[in-house]
Design a binder for this molecule. Sequence first.
Ligand code: PNS
Length: 164
Amino acid sequence: MSNMRTAIYPGSFDPVTLGHLDIIRRASVMFDRLIVAVMHNQNKKPMFSVEERMEFLRRTTVELSNVEIASFGGLLADYARQQDACAVVKGLRAVSDFEYEFQMALANRKLNPQLDTVLLMTSAEYMYLSSSVVKDIAVHGGSVAGFVPDRIMQDIVRRTRKEG
Ligand code: PNS
């Protein structure tokens, strides 16, 4: 058990996109255990509740046996210590993501010296993709096919119709 290499992939996942799923798949083969952790207590007003976001993640990662879905609040560095995690995984889409991620990686390592950050470069087809883009398309009645996993598409359509 103590030899297990655990990593955490934190985020808002509001909702999970194909870009996130690509990072989850790739990270799951790099570590023994991958915790996808939905951040709660964020200032942003989410479209989906933490429970809904976790359920979407569970539904789209059922085939990945070493992936667990969880939620966390407070500092990521503390949560990683609780989970005995050695790494934080993040996806990088562009140079513009880098500065923020670099700053967070250094702060997290200062707070928890056992914690390293692994930045995975996005697959090219997902460079432009973000949860905000998905929400914007959905709210304006566009199709989110090819942006989010098929298994959650109906839930997004239903939510945006209810609010529209
Ligand atoms: O998907 P997001 O919204 O870009 O994810 C941001 C997240 C959750 C990874 C980031 O806000 C975070 O790590 N929050 C935890 C609070 C914390 O530890 N802050 C200090 C980091 S330096």
